[in-house]
Design a binder for this molecule. Sequence first.
Ligand code: NI
Length: 422
Amino acid sequence: MLYSDKHLELGVIIMKKVIVLSALIVTFSLLFFTHTEAINNSLVIKTLPNGGNLYAEDQTSVLEKLPANSILFILEEQSFWSKVQVNESIGFVKNAAMSSALSSLMKISSSSHPIIRQTNDKNAKHLATTHNGAYVRVYLQTQNGFSLIQTDQAIGYVYSSTLVKPVSINMTVAHKNGAAIRNVPDMNYSIQNTLSNNSAVTAYPAVDGWFYVESKGIYGYALANKLKKDTKQNTNSGVKRIALTFDDGPHPTVTRQILKTLAKYDAKATFFVTGRRVELSPTVLKEIYAAGHEIGNHTFNHPKLTNISLKSAKEQITSTNALISKTIGQEATVFRPPYGAYNKNIQALTDLPFVLWTVDTLDWQHHDPNKTLQAVKKQTKNGSIILMHDIHQSTANGLDSVLHYLSNEGYEFVTVSELQAK
Ligand code: NI
């Protein structure tokens, strides 16, 4: 009994030692693994504007000639040289030959969590995932539909189709100590930079209480209460401005033709979409949003809201908001009731501003590009909101002459929210 008890005790001690030892081995291998992972997970990207050599460790023998504008992942920065990764190769490049890579801001628009891959190959190793609504820096787009992006966690490739161009607001830093800039919208993260008081910034709405801002090459998240809307930049006095609005879409061919014409005149417009059409053509909605136009809610299936119950009216608005948000990663910013029919009770169903129109082209009735142009000529003045529909081919066909006329008259084309910003 005594013997076996002691034996048992010894066994337990040995077991405990084995557990501690295995835990140590696991910890060590994890440490080692994390370390090797980090090498492939550079968070700095540079370019080689004029091309150059990739050198071996001896920093003398040339491994590879790199073409101009090669993208380099910086693995380790030394005083004159950096250890870099270019495609699959690792080597050394002179710091003097490199410059910082230019990037633009894009937003993730995907209901799933897009995977960030190590290379532009669908079978490439997964580095991390990102999420709907996340702002990412984009360095390049590849021929095969990938974009090289940077998040606070990784640099790698996502499908370009998951990215949209976010809509910006002109703002100004309005705090005597300036605005602290962080990589993550969280007070617990360290401050990367500070933008001084009165700096003009391009701002993008982020999570509650935060904006993603860009100013003079500095970018990151700033607290909303350190910023104010820049009214000077938003209301150019002396310039005539109007808002073009397109209702009842998106339509797969008509809307796309309208987008092309708008781009030709560098015109921004507002699209009041129905949920039913968004369900049918989500890609077209993404294209509208990506081109920088404003998205408005125009109910799910276009009922006269004053003829249905308040409960159904609310459902019409919220289901469409949810669809828009799922598709572009951002909610509608304005609402337009079908037929302009609403009352106080309907208005109380949503926080969105109700936007009607001041110029009715009646394009849906006459289907005549010439009559649309005549209506615009007769009624448009500074501050007008013009109503058209992006479901009629005749409207798309007549848009060029409308924009030609209005731009010759000196009008600037802005979204309804820009027009109404004070
Ligand atoms: Ni309508």
